[in-house]
Design a protein around this ligand. Structure first.
Ligand code: HEM
Length: 209
């Protein structure tokens, strides 16, 4: 086999290994779409009664005004919740969460952080997550659950008063909801930056382009 063909088949194998199952990809992009709608409409809702000393620029919000934003928020909520529930059920039922996200150990996280900071983190098998990735992915799934629960508790504080009480009352639930949004946005920034930057450098390493 010529060296060009060998490089090509290596690249094809790498690509085939990296690709996620179709159901994960479909739910990932549905979730991304719903999340963007929830974040932008949430910012418009926030602007009507800011919790902190700032508001979000109108150009990055959705809905135009409070009532419009609430309509968007409650419409996208169904997409987010149905997709999220199917994702969680499938993740547990197929054993994917256990296989991909466990175990996470403090020692493993510490050594992977050290390896990353010294540019020694192994990228030889992209289908396996390192401990930092496992922690972040498991963490963001947990944040996703908390933002939905806190959202439900501020949406129906009378019908679901036990849930609102669990958060320490309506006002605290609102802060929890906002902080979860901030964590999701921070995760998104890093996640998108890595998705854009890392494959390029890896491609350069793997197939020399
Ligand atoms: C089932 C899911 C959700 C429900 C039921 C829900 C419900 C609500 C409700 C009722 C409000 C209005 C609070 C108020 O009037 O003060 C709100 C605000 C907000 N939501 Fe959601 N939400 C959900 C998911 C999300 C998600 C996934 C995000 C973003 C990632 C998000 C971001 C926001 C933001 C930024 C606000 C404004 C915070 C504030 O000023 O109180 N929400 N949400």
């Amino acid at each position: 086999m010529s060296s060009l063909a060998a490089t090509d088949s290596h690249a094809t194998q790498e690509r085939a290994k990296v690709i996620q199952p179709a159901w994960v990809r479909a739910m990932h992009w549905t979730n991304a779409f719903a999340m963007i709608l929830m974040i932008m409409s949430g910012w418009q809702i926030y602007n009507a009664s800011p919790l902190f000393g700032f508001t979000f620029p109108r150009s990055i919000t959705l809905g135009g005004w409070l009532a419009g934003a609430l309509l968007w928020h409650f419409a996208a909520m169904w997409l987010l919740m149905v997709n999220g529930l199917i994702y969680l059920a499938t993740g547990f039922a197929t054993g994917r969460f256990r296989r991909k996200l466990l175990p996470i150990t403090p020692g493993g996280v510490a050594s992977d952080v050290k390896a990353a900071l010294t540019f020694k983190l192994a990228h030889d098998d992209l289908t396996k997550y390192n401990h930092v990735q496992k922690l972040l992915y498991a963490g963001i799934i947990a944040v996703g659950v908390v933002i939905v629960l806190s959202g439900l508790s501020i949406w129906k504080p009378v019908q679901l008063q036990w849930l609102t009480a669990l958060f320490g009352g309506y006002d605290i639930a609102r802060y929890v909801h906002f902080i979860c949004m901030a964590l999701i946005v921070a995760f998104l920034v890093v996640h998108v930056a890595l998705a854009v930057l890392v494959p390029k450098s890896l491609r350069a390493m793997i197939i020399g382009r």
